[in-house]
Design a binder for this molecule. Structure first.
Ligand code: ATP
Length: 261
């Protein structure tokens, strides 16, 4: 079976800072895959290069066997992306945003309208469909962004922290939608810091640290009989020294009129 995503020595530096140091990411088609790693590990930079948003300094990325940078149009037709810090057209309503995205994707007007209405209803945004996106809450923005990413029925869906700011009811609806999506053979790749969520949803996990993949494979293999959180801490170097010698001032509030110092 073709892998949904495969990178070969993917590399990116920002000035002296190497953000992604030769990443070999593999995600089999049909996976519900999690990309995890500490802050600054290189997850967003990696996903940006695979989705054609950031040009790599070295290496290659393939989606469904197509080279992301040599076959840009075909790759873009196959991927859906919910990037970090998503910028939306703020002066459109939620429904207008979906209709516009669908028309940009070349979907026939009738189909876009039908799909937009279904997505608004599934995302529990039907009541806010005519409200301007600028007036949406953080979670609503995530949901309308996800709806726009799903509208053209992509083969591979990339999501950067998709559940951040989303309430528990909406999160379980989104989970259901994404599960149905992968059950039909499509692929989801999402980055997250919430290990319980990754453990619950994913059947494939890639762990990044310091710009490298440090573990990758089926969830059970990466966990190795431990919780994913324990495996993660072992792989990325465990909890940092909390500095018992330092921070002695923190929480020390002497009684008396002087107040905290
Ligand atoms: N545009 C940029 N300019 C300079 N440095 C950058 C830029 N983008 C990322 N970096 C650096 O590259 C490294 C990887 O960043 P990246 O955002 O990919 O990490 P991440 O794993 O997504 O982190 P987080 O979990 O905190 O979102 C970090 O050291 C970061 O400071």
């Amino acid at each position: 079976m073709t892998d949904a995503v495969r990178t070969h020595g993917l590399f990116k530096r920002f000035g002296p800072q190497v953000a992604v140091a030769g990443v070999e990411l593999v995600v089999p088609a049909g996976s519900f895959a999690g990309l995890v790693g500490p802050n600054g590990a290189g997850k967003t930079t990696t996903l940006s290069m695979i989705t054609g948003l950031l040009r790599p300094d070295g290496g290659r990325a393939e989606v469904d066997g197509l080279d992301v940078w040599r076959d840009q149009v075909r790759v873009k037709a196959r991927v859906g992306v919910l990037p970090e810090g998503l910028r939306l057209f703020e002066r459109l309503s939620g429904r207008e945003l979906l209709l516009y995205s669908g028309r940009l994707r070349g979907i026939a007007r009738d189909d876009v309208e039908r799909r937009a209405d279904e997505l608004l209803s599934v995302m529990d945004l039907a009541g806010a469909a005519d409200k301007l996106v600028i007036d949406y809450s953080t979670g609503m923005r995530k949901k309308i962004g996800l709806a726009a990413a799903l509208l053209h029925n992509p083969s591979v869906l990339f999501l950067d922290e998709p559940f951040e700011g989303v309430d528990p009811v909406s999160a379980s609806t989104l989970t259901e939608v994404l599960r149905r999506f992968t059950a039909s053979g499509s692929t989801v790749i999402f980055s997250s810091h919430v290990m319980d969520l990754v453990e619950r949803l994913c059947d494939w996990v890639s762990v990044m640290s310091g710009g490298h993949i440090v573990a990758q494979g089926p969830l059970a293999e990466v966990r190795g009989g431990r919780s994913l959180n324990e495996a993660f801490l072992t792989l990325v170097g465990g909890p940092r020294d909390t500095g018992e010698a330092g921070l002695t001032w923190l929480g020390a509030h002497p009684a008396g009129p002087e107040g905290p110092r």
